[in-house]
Design a protein around this ligand. Structure first.
Ligand code: UN1
Length: 496
């Protein structure tokens, strides 16, 4: 199949870049077959897209919120009908196993239904006044043009986390997906077009972060940036946006721990860790990359994990047997392997995996097997840095306090899990783990669309995308105060 071309979508039209940059050719990371291509867009295309979004803003913000919600609902319905075809494409474009690709599309559908259901809600507050004949309430208003920059690991779900609430609240959008998944960006755009999104309300620009991403962040008419990706890039965006006083919502790195206590159900913990560590080939920001195990059950659980990891099938994502698909590209493969080498040099023991798979069916792709490093100590780089691949660092903890201290001893705080049968300890852990999502007796992945999603410390900057909180991220709040007493009433003075 020849590579499908991806154009920009600006002001209601598909168009080539104004000054076409280099061609980005995307190959299936599992077998090297060509999947998609696009000429990299540049600053001029971002300017055109922002101008279109700015022009469309007045019409869209004055469209009633329940009507805006209907466009979102329809696009989710179309996604439901096209689920299988989009999932198959996702597996080819970025490598994740087909069951997970279906899950990615399902997450997008769920987000569409959830946000559309807010169409007749997304309420403000009515606030009692300390004075008579005075009414106070809040209303939500749009910010303006929002720039959305998304990664390749959830190429449909993450764009919906940002686009749907942005549109619901009356904002217009310029969307820049990761180059690796530009074709999925095109499919997402098609859903919105078919759903009837008005011209200019949603615009797609495909290009590099260093050019298009930057131009979006620096554009004076863009009021808000929502970014999911690496901590380095996210903090760079925040630094650029700060003097421009833009709202920035960041979703960045993770080093998510699973803590297993001596009284835990070890079989449950083992299966949960394997799924959280190796699902999506470890390429989730919520992936488990540290198992922190109580000394009393360390040897036993480590053995179970190694036995379990060795049984997981690695292969093309379209093969239903594959638990792990290809990693996204060669650069990522090298980075993963580099970390394993660092871990071994630092004194960790390689229990399984540990080298790229290159023979036979793996020869044309970027494959890395499920890997376990044991005897990891809390200061090693493999204990604190994000690897974003199928590598699990196993760390021994003396007791509960030691385990929680190790869990918290990283710069990130996205998700964390705690396994124990002691209800008191479970509650303590939910209070003491420094994470945005705390799982009790469940792995670190699989947040649902209706839950606030985001992390502490260098994972985020306080916003939560997902759940009712995403409405806050994409709206301004206005407090309206009406005094119908016909007098000058002085708050704090007249009522004592
Ligand atoms: C991500 O990896 O950036 O909670 C998102 C989860 C998924 C989303 C992951 N619902 O694992």
């Amino acid at each position: 199949m020849p590579a499908e071309n991806v154009q920009n979508f600006i002001a209601g039209k598909w168009c080539d870049p104004i000054k076409p940059g280099e061609t980005f050719l995307r190959k299936d990371p599992a077998n090297g077959e060509e999947v998609s291509k696009h000429s990299q867009a540049g600053k001029a295309d971002i300017d055109a897209a922002v101008a279109a979004a700015k022009k469309a803003f007045a019409g869209w913000r004055s469209t009633p919120q329940p009507k805006r919600a209907e466009v979102i609902y329809r696009s989710a319905e179309i996604a439901r009908k096209r689920k299988e075809e989009i999932a198959q494409l996702m597996t080819r474009e970025m490598g994740k196993p087909i069951a997970e690709a279906r899950g990615d599309v399902q997450e997008a559908i769920d987000m569409g239904y959830y946000i559309a259901s807010e169409g007749r809600r997304a309420w403000g507050l009515q606030i009692p006044s300390e004075l008579p004949n005075k009414r106070m309430y809040t209303m939500r208003q749009p910010l303006g043009v929002c720039g959305l920059i998304t990664p390749w690991n959830f190429p449909i779900a993450i764009p919906t986390w940002k686009t749907y609430p942005a549109l619901l609240m009356g904002n217009t959008v310029v969307f820049k997906p990761a180059s690796e998944t530009s074709l999925l960006g095109k499919r997402f755009t098609e859903l919105l077009i078919e759903a009837g999104v008005p011209s200019g309300v949603f615009n797609l620009v495909v290009g590099a972060g260093s050019t298009c991403g930057n131009a979006l962040v620096e554009h004076p008419d863009v009021r808000m940036i929502s970014f999911t990706g690496s901590t380095t890039t996210g903090l760079g965006i925040a630094a650029k946006a700060a003097p421009l006083n833009k709202r920035v919502s960041l979703e960045m790195g993770g080093k998510n721990p699973v803590v297993v206590m001596d009284d835990a159900d070890l079989e449950l913990a083992c299966n949960a860790i394997l799924w959280a560590a190796y699902g999506t080939t470890g390429q989730r920001c919520t992936a488990c990359s540290r198992a922190i195990i109580h000394a009393a059950v360390y040897d036993k659980l480590l053995k179970m994990l190694v036995e379990g990891a060795k049984k997981l099938h690695v292969g093309h994502g379209s093969d239903p047997k594959s638990f792990l698909g290809a990693v996204v590209n060669e650069k990522q493969l090298k980075s993963i392997h580099g970390y394993v080498e660092i871990g071994v040099k630092e004194g960790a023991k390689l229990e399984c995996g540990g080298a790229p798979l290159t023979q036979g069916e793996y020869a044309k792709g970027h494959f890395y097997p499920p890997t376990i490093l044991s005897g990891v100590t809390p200061k090693m780089r493999v204990a604190v840095e994000e690897i974003f691949g199928p590598v699990l660092s196993v760390i021994k903890a003396k007791d509960y306090d030691d385990a929680i201290a190790i869990a918290n001893n990283v710069e990130f705080g996205l998700s964390g899990s705690f396994f124990s049968r002691d209800v008191n300890l479970c509650h303590r852990a939910s209070e003491e783990m420094e994470v945005g999502l705390c799982y009790i007796n469940a792995g670190t992945t699989g947040a649902e669309v209706s839950t606030p999603f985001g992390g502490w410390k260098n994972t985020g900057n306080g916003h939560r995308e997902g759940g009712p909180t995403v409405i806050d991220a994409f709206s301004e709040i206005k407090t309206v105060i009406t005094d119908y007493s016909g007098k000058v009433q002085k708050a704090q003075i007249d009522n004592n």
